[in-house]
Design a protein around this ligand. Structure first.
Ligand code: GLN
Ligand code: ZN
Length: 776
């Protein structure tokens, strides 16, 4: 069925309304900054390694951002984001422009590369700023440090220079700032009695001067991002908006208040009263909000709509987008602007590069470049009528049709299996206390058992053999022999160290998601779908394209081999369904919970096969469980419920004697603890050492009923921990967790460490465990 023809009434509507022939401004909220070939990454890393000078870096960054501006203009965007093309992180840039780099770093010219990276990467005498996830994305920002002594000494010269540079290219740049309320909210304070909001008046003054300078440099519009408006805010934070924007309303520029990552209707009263000239709404996450806002839209205010998804990789349904836009256009005329839902920072650059992908898959994809083209098509349809873009609309419809008919996206057997599942049927047969006692006996575990989280050092040798095998220079037999040799070495080492539950070391795995994604049907991988994670670090998330199934066992041979080398239990090691989901780009024609269930059922086959192969302990990692947590509080319980269910489905049906572990590494647990409880793993290992076991407050005192392995040392640091430190941490753990349920292990996998460090650290850890056992 061709919707375009079916809806030809739309074209009539479009043509019969004169207002529709007016201009529609297309603008960009932000653009990927790393470069199609990750040029910025390589320029940064070469500078940090001392292989190039500051000048070379600055020039590379400049060339890149100019190319990106021109690219955006070529695609038809008119008001192009300026100031988002950070060398490292845009939150850090704000601290530079506002003169708010923490005083512990001293006084320097922070826009100079020789100083700029210090707060980002730390230096010998000062640790770097902390990193946190940018809302529900996988981008990490540097956390501002607020204190009673924070002062703002604005120096926006670097931002002004970029605006000048952009204007010199004949482009009407629109500076993009993080708004003052969001900026304060993003920061942390180490002073318990200090209220960050007390900085608002002085911060707003600094913003005022920034805006004046931007106006002087020729900016007519400034985009001011307040993504915290998508969250639930308490009265103090909501009231901060009126206080912040009252003075900013007098600035000599027009302000476009940008909201994204969700609807903002719940803050409608406060937003309506702000003296801003325009409002950007995310119509992808909250499609219905525009119509409701329009019921009382102030005359002359710009409405910018984020109609193309900035968070995902899928082609837009242009016909549906146009249907949503036409009434807005009819109502607003020139006052309607179009953009992506949020900055394109979270999206890879160009799907046309993905020549290795099946044509049917490639056809469904739209990265940043393609998204700009989609906006241009929509803009043209609004200006000249839908007939003027008939070809594009037809192509979009036909892509949608072929998606609907794609056999790999709708596999009846998989759908039937998911539908057959009766909720609750996956629960373990016997309650924890009983089955755990029997497991301890069967596995002959000592009190306070020791283990590790899975990976052992990925040596240069392992990497080079794997790379050679992938290139076809080493055959599979030789590759497998090399991996087996690694595994054997890792088992011998653990036996020599005296660990109780061993691991095979994950030598054969490149990445914990990719390894499984490559063996599961339903996943596709890009060659260059890079997205910035932080600084020069990029990730290339796999794409969950079709229905998921497991054509063949994925880890069983390796696990069986490792177990054949020792009498001690070796843990089978899998990545959990929720992590496989949250670290991928996920299809949108199926609810996420259903995709999670498909992943869980595929993993369950692996779990059963491991059990049948004699593997008695199976660990299913869920380090990304927390990342899927919805921004709005009211949506969280629903997510946690299906996330925990997916985990239980993955381990469903195992015998009482098979011990299930899970592993998570976050710094915050209190709000997800009920989900972890309901996952009902026999043992959960968590990252705790960096927070000095404070996390145990969430788990201790019987708040968590099953066994726990709080990490006793930080694997992110090359430093080998002293025995007393681990001992002290364990003693704190023993104060809140009964010894019968306590395990001893590092914080996370050891793959980034050197072998010598690992050996010594584990030797000490096992030593501490046996000393504690003797004492008890
Ligand atoms: N099993 C994985 C490892 O040890 C877990 C990694 C993680 O938690 N991110 O490397
Ligand atoms: Zn971890």
């Amino acid at each position: 069925m061709n919707l375009y023809h079916k809806n030809s009434a739309l074209s009539l509507l479009a043509l019969s309304q004169p207002a529709i022939t007016l201009m529609t401004t297309l603008h960009t909220l932000g653009f990927p900054r790393i470069g199609q070939r990750r040029e910025l990454k390589f320029a940064l890393e070469s500078y940090w390694a001392g292989n190039s000078d500051a000048n070379t870096l600055t020039q590379a960054a400049q060339a890149l951002r100019q190319r990106h501006w021109l690219q955006q203009r070529a695609a038809g965007a008119e008001r192009i984001a300026v100031g988002d093309a950070s060398l490292y992180d845009h939150v850090l840039d704000h601290l530079v422009w506002l003169g708010a780099i923490p005083v512990r770093f001293g006084e320097k010219d922070w826009s100079d590369p020789s100083a700029y990276f210090e707060p980002a990467r730390g230096r010998d005498d000062q640790p770097a700023l902390a990193m946190m996830k940018w809302f529900d994305t996988n981008y990490h920002y540097l956390v501002p440090e607020w204190s009673a002594s924070t002062v703002f000494r604005p120096d926006p010269s670097a931002l002004l220079a970029q605006l000048r540079e952009c204007r010199a290219l004949g482009i009407d740049g629109k500076p993009v700032l993080i708004g003052p309320v969001t900026l304060l909210w993003l920061g942390a304070t180490h002073e318990p009695a200090f209220d960050r909001l007390s900085l608002l008046p002085s911060l707003v003054e600094a913003y005022g001067s920034l805006l004046s300078e931007l106006a002087r440099e020729g900016a007519s519009w400034v985009q001011i991002d307040e993504p915290v408006l998508a969250l639930d805010l308490d009265a103090a934070w909501s009231n901060a908006f009126a206080e912040a924007y009252r003075p900013l309303g007098d600035a000599p520029v027009k302000l476009l208040l940008a909201t994204y990552f969700g609807g903002v209707e719940h803050h409608r009263d406060l937003i309506d009263r702000l003296p801003v000239d325009g409002l950007h709404l995310d119509l992808v996450r909250a499609p219905n909000q525009a119509a409701r806002w329009l019921a009382a839209w102030p005359e002359g205010r710009i409405l910018s709509v984020g109609i193309v998804d900035g968070r995902n990789v899928w082609r837009a349904d242009l016909e549906a987008a146009l249907q949503a836009l036409l009434p807005l256009k009819a109502r607003l005329g020139d006052d309607l602007w179009l953009s992506t839902s949020c900055s394109l920072l979270h999206c890879p650059m160009d799907a046309a590069q993905e020549v290795d992908l099946d044509a049917a898959v490639r056809r469904q994809l739209a990265f940043a470049e393609q998204k700009l083209n989609e906006l241009a098509t929509l803009g043209k349809a609004l200006r000249d009528g839908p007939d003027s873009v008939a070809g594009e609309l037809a192509a979009s419809q036909s892509a949608k049709r072929s998606r609907a008919q794609d056999a790999s996206a709708h596999v009846p057997q998989i759908r039937a299996r998911v539908a057959e599942h009766t909720p609750g049927s996956e629960r373990r047969a016997t309650e924890f206390a009983l089955r755990y006692r029997r497991q301890v006996e069967a596995l002959a575990l000592p009190p306070l058992p020791t283990t590790t989280i899975g990976s052992f050092p990925q040596t240069a040798h392992i990497r080079s053999v794997r790379a050679a095998w992938r290139r076809g220079e080493v055959d599979t037999a030789r590759y497998e022999a090399a991996m087996r040799e690694e595994i054997a070495g890792t088992i011998r080492l653990q036996e020599a160290l005296g660990l109780d539950v061993l691991v095979h070391g994950e030598a054969e795995r490149n990445d914990m998601v990719e390894y499984f994604g490559e063996q599961l049907d339903g996943y596709v991988f890009t060659r260059a779908g890079w997205v910035q994670s932080y600084g020069s670090r990029c990730v290339k998330p796999p794409i969950l394209f079709g229905d998921v199934s497991r054509p063949a066992p994925m880890t069983v041979d390796w696990a069986r081999y490792a177990q054949s080398l020792t009498h001690r239990p070796v843990k089978g090691m899998l990545t959990g369904p929720v992590t496989l989901l949250n670290w991928s780009f996920v299809r949108e024609d199926l609810p996420r919970r259903d995709v999670a269930r498909q992943l869980a059922l595929a993993l369950n086959e692996e779990v059963r096969d491991l059990e049948a192969a004699g593997i008695r302990v199976i660990q299913i990692d869920e380090p990304a469980l927390r990342e899927g947590l919805p921004l709005r509080v009211r949506e969280r319980a629903g997510y946690l419920e299906w996330a925990a269910e997916a985990f239980r489905i993955a381990v469903g049906g195992v015998g009482d004697l098979t011990q299930i572990h899970t592993h998570m590494c976050y710094s915050k647990f209190d709000d997800i603890l009920p989900a972890i409880v309901s996952m009902d793993a026999d043992v959960v290992t968590i990252e705790t050492s960096r927070s000095a076991m404070r996390l145990l407050d969430a788990f201790g005192h019987f708040r968590y009923p099953n066994a726990i392995g709080p990490g006793v040392y930080d694997i992110h640091s090359p430093r080998v921990p002293r025995e007393e430190e681990m001992r002290e941490l364990l003693e704190r753990a023993l104060a809140v967790i009964p010894a019968e349920r306590l395990w001893i292990n590092p914080d996370c996998g050891l793959k980034t460490r050197r072998r010598e460090e690992v050996e010594e650290a584990l030797r000490r850890m096992v030593g501490v465990a046996s000393a504690l056992r003797k004492q008890r």
